[in-house]
Ligand binder design. Structure first.
Ligand SMILES: Nc1ncnc2c1ncn2[C@@H]1O[C@H](COP(=O)(O)OP(=O)(O)OP(=O)(O)O)[C@@H](O)[C@H]1O
Length: 279
């Protein structure tokens, strides 16, 4: 079966703490999925098992039908690229170019293809002008784009983004949205862990919510953000716009400004727009 399939995976850290317990899920090839939930729920631990940075103590993970238990982390990461929450955990080359090119050189990519892959990834991430710079001379927000460019150049079919919006301004958020759309258009599978519910609503249809080592819900965003039991269990908040729509008695599961404006009367729209301007 194509995609990432986790079957009853459990993981405990060396100190004995179990961070993920008996979790099963399937993410199809080409899907884009957001993983949300309270701090310490086990999100990062779970996705690190998808690219063999961590190995389950029990259960198994199949990538495109192949059990990754017997594969090295380097071999798995050709298929499943992982962008760390903190770029400092990932970047170690002296220029942005070399950082993006490193894994391609390691995999003996020919010079011409390598150069074209590096430049394409840099352009998509908006960092072409920084290729000759030391990544550590760039601000945190741009360093994050360097690490995203690395997995794009690698050509991984599955891309995991851990907290991509942390430290990003509005420009950075828009650039991330454009990158995700482009990658989905190229047939990539995007899995993101995030605490940014606006980012979720704008970019992801399927949402997986975790709490206390387990998956509590796996549902379309409209369903998940109107399930108050799940929201409470996972320490999530309903978007403010949903709350407003509920108070106004709007029908349906509104979760975005677009949904809201589709339901509002002309008077409500005018009031909403004027409130937006004064915020
Ligand atoms: N190296 C480690 N050794 C022991 N426990 C750890 C280790 N790394 C993480 N944990 C614990 O495992 C649990 C799950 O951590 P994890 O980072 O997977 O959660 P998370 O849902 O991604 O949280 P956050 O949203 O805060 O990043 C937490 O209680 C954390 O303290």
């Amino acid at each position: 079966m194509e995609g990432i399939l986790a079957e009853n995976i459990t993981f405990s850290y060396p100190d004995g703490y179990t961070a993920v317990e008996d979790v099963s899920l399937h993410i199809s090839a080409g899907e884009s999925v957001a993983i949300v939930g309270q701090n310490g729920a086990g999100k990062t631990t779970m996705v690190k098992m998808f690219n063999a940075l961590l190995r389950p103590a029990s259960g198994r993970i199949l990538i495109d039908g192949k059990d990754i238990a017997g594969m090295s982390t380097a071999a798995v990461s050709k298929f499943v690229g992982y962008v760390f929450q903190n770029p400092g955990d990932q970047i170690f080359n002296n220029t942005v170019y070399n950082e993006i090119a490193y894994i391609l050189r390691y995999n003996k990519c020919d010079a011409e293809t390598l150069d074209s892959l590096v430049r394409d990834a840099a352009e998509l991430c908006g960092i072409s002008e920084y290729l000759s710079m030391n990544p550590y001379d760039l601000p945190f927000s741009l360093r994050k784009f360097v690490t995203i460019a690395v997995v794009i150049a690698m050509g991984s079919k599955y891309i995991i983004l851990d907290e991509p919006t942390a430290g990003q301004d509005l420009d950075g958020l828009h650039r991330q949205r454009d990158i995700i759309q482009e990658l989905v258009g190229r047939g990539k599978t995007i899995i993101t862990i995030t605490h940014d519910m606006r980012f979720v609503i704008e970019n992801f249809q399927r949402v997986i919510a975790m709490a206390d080592k387990r998956i509590v819900a796996d549902a379309p965003r409209e369903e998940l953000f109107w399930d108050f039991d799940v929201l409470e269990k996972c320490s999530l908040k309903q978007p403010r716009i949903a709350d407003l729509a509920r108070n106004l008695g709007f029908p349906g599961r509104i979760i975005s400004k677009k949904d809201f404006l589709d339901h509002a009367t002309e008077g409500e729209k005018a009031e909403f727009c004027s409130n937006q301007r004064t915020q």
